[in-house]
Design a protein around this ligand. Structure first.
Ligand SMILES: *Cc1c(COP(=O)(O)O)cnc(C)c1O
Length: 458
């Protein structure tokens, strides 16, 4: 052992102090963190552990949120400028430019007539607000018996109590908790689908018909108790990185209309281009009554989410059916100016300041390049006998194994190969930053394939 290795590095020191002190997501107190981050720039993180320093490509994009890269000069400048003005001020009774500008941007980007905005401090909270709004909508119209939600099996909508209630009841990571409030209604998961290189959707039509019949019948049987339907459009994320046919969204839209239910689409993971359309609902041409966005909203800089709704929904609370009533939510840090300012800069980078759906909008070219790169880079995984499926949709790449991923071993192997990933269940997936170059995607894919091969065999 030489002198250098006997020194406790900054990272090792942090790991030692962290253990037993801090909880990490879905982890026991003692085993939360394996690496300390000592730097981040562009698509790369600098990690430290007992073995030294590792420069890795962040394949997770900080859990879907970091799209423009770390320390982006435009986002850094927006944050600095807002700090020099004011970082925070309460939103009760007050407003400010960053929030107004952000709401206007979101409305301009959102599909259809989603034109009213509630700023929330996290994705889960935006789901809570969406569910409250749906209940208040029916209440304002005198439909007080409509208290339940229909949700898709395999869904994930957040970790707070109401959001947990609409997550998959078995796989939703919340099985330890009694179901909060009314038991929700779970519709079967639509059949899996695949977007071909030519851009068409492949799925089993017979299976789809079975699903549709069952979903319609279940909803019809419970319609008088139902207030709304909630779903992640096209891609179910934390519930299994599962892609289903966009046509299912049209069925959900029809069910909602037929039974006077509101359709809530949770675009927290899929919004802002990730699946190849600006919002995933656009794959189906469906406009929800209520939409939640989060994750990539601030380019991964600060926590912020938003809920948008149509005039029909907002109007019900606004006195259209009698006396007006307030939307009953208002977090302390609502509309945080710093987060809004960075979000404005991030959305500006995605759209290039022009039409957000233009053929040459920056996000569109970036996602198209990511999709091509991921298809190439992950393709060799399909040849491994330990691999069950490889799928790519927009800027999302998934390797599904036949068995649960050996989390610690695969993570360590990937880090040695130069990639940061956080597998779950039988899934190893990446959602790289939009700015990733072709070479970086190639490196990322090669690291993943090598890690799977090393740990789970060829
Ligand atoms: C991450 C996520 C949430 C929860 O957002 P948080 O900011 O973690 O509270 C909700 N829905 C979906 C689809 C998500 O991916």
């Amino acid at each position: 052992m030489n002198a250098a290795t006997s020194l406790v590095s900054q990272g090792q020191d942090l790991l030692a102090r962290d253990a037993g002190l801090l909880w990490h997501p879905y982890a026991s107190l003692d085993a939360g963190a394996r690496y300390a981050v000592t730097g981040a720039k562009g698509v790369r993180l600098t990690l430290e552990d007992a073995h030294g320093t590792h420069e890795v490509i962040d394949g997770m994009g900080s859990w879907w949120s970091m799209v423009h890269g770390y320390r982006h000069p435009v986002l850094d400048a927006a944050a600095h400028a807002q700090i020099d003005s004011f970082s925070h001020v309460m939103f009760g009774g007050l407003t400010h430019a960053p929030a107004v500008e952000l709401a206007e941007r979101l409305v301009a980007m959102a599909p259809g007539d989603l034109s009213h905005v509630f700023l929330a401090d996290s994705g889960s909270i935006s789901v809570e607000v969406a569910l409250k709004l749906v209940l208040q909508y029916h209440h304002a119209r005198g439909h007080t018996g409509r208290q339940r939600f229909a949700a898709l099996r395999g869904g994930y909508h957040g970790d707070t109590f109401a959001a947990m209630g609409v997550c998959d009841p078995v796989d939703g990571m919340h099985a330890a908790f009694a179901r909060p409030g009314a038991e929700q209604l779970f519709l079967p998961r639509p059949p899996a689908a695949r977007l071909t290189v030519e851009g068409s959707w492949e799925f089993d039509a017979a299976e789809f018909t079975v699903w549709e019949t069952e979903a319609r019948a279940l909803a019809a049987a419970h319609a008088p108790e139902l207030a709304g339907i909630i779903a992640e459009p096209v891609l179910q994320g934390a519930g299994g990185m599962y892609v289903y046919a966009p046509a299912a969204l049209r069925v959900l839209r029809e069910i909602a209309d037929e039974h006077d239910l509101l359709l809530v689409l949770d675009e927290i993971a899929t919004g802002f281009g990730r699946t190849g359309t600006l919002f995933a609902s656009e794959w189906a041409g469906v406009v929800p009554d209520v939409m939640c966005v989060g994750k990539a909203l601030t380019g991964g800089y600060l926590t912020l989410a938003a809920m948008l709704c149509t005039p029909k929904v907002a109007g019900a609370l606004d006195g259209a059916y009698g006396s007006g009533s307030a939307l009953l939510h208002g977090p302390t840090f609502m509309g945080n100016p710093l987060a809004c300012a960075v979000a404005n800069a991030s959305l500006g980078l995605l759209t290039g300041g022009g039409d957000p759906r233009a053929a040459d909008a920056p996000w569109r070219e970036q996602i198209a390049a990511l999709e091509t790169g991921l298809r190439e880079a992950l393709d060799p995984a399909a040849a491994l006998s330990s691999v069950k499926d490889v799928r790519v949709l927009g800027g999302v790449g998934v390797i599904q194994l036949h068995e649960p991923v050996a989390l610690a071993e695969v993570t360590a192997a990937a880090v040695r190969q130069g990639a940061w990933v956080r597998p779950f269940r039988d899934l190893l997936y990446v959602m790289p930053p939009y700015i990733s170059s072709r070479d970086e995607i190639r490196l990322l894919g090669a690291a993943l394939v090598a890690a799977v091969e090393h740990v789970h065999g060829s």
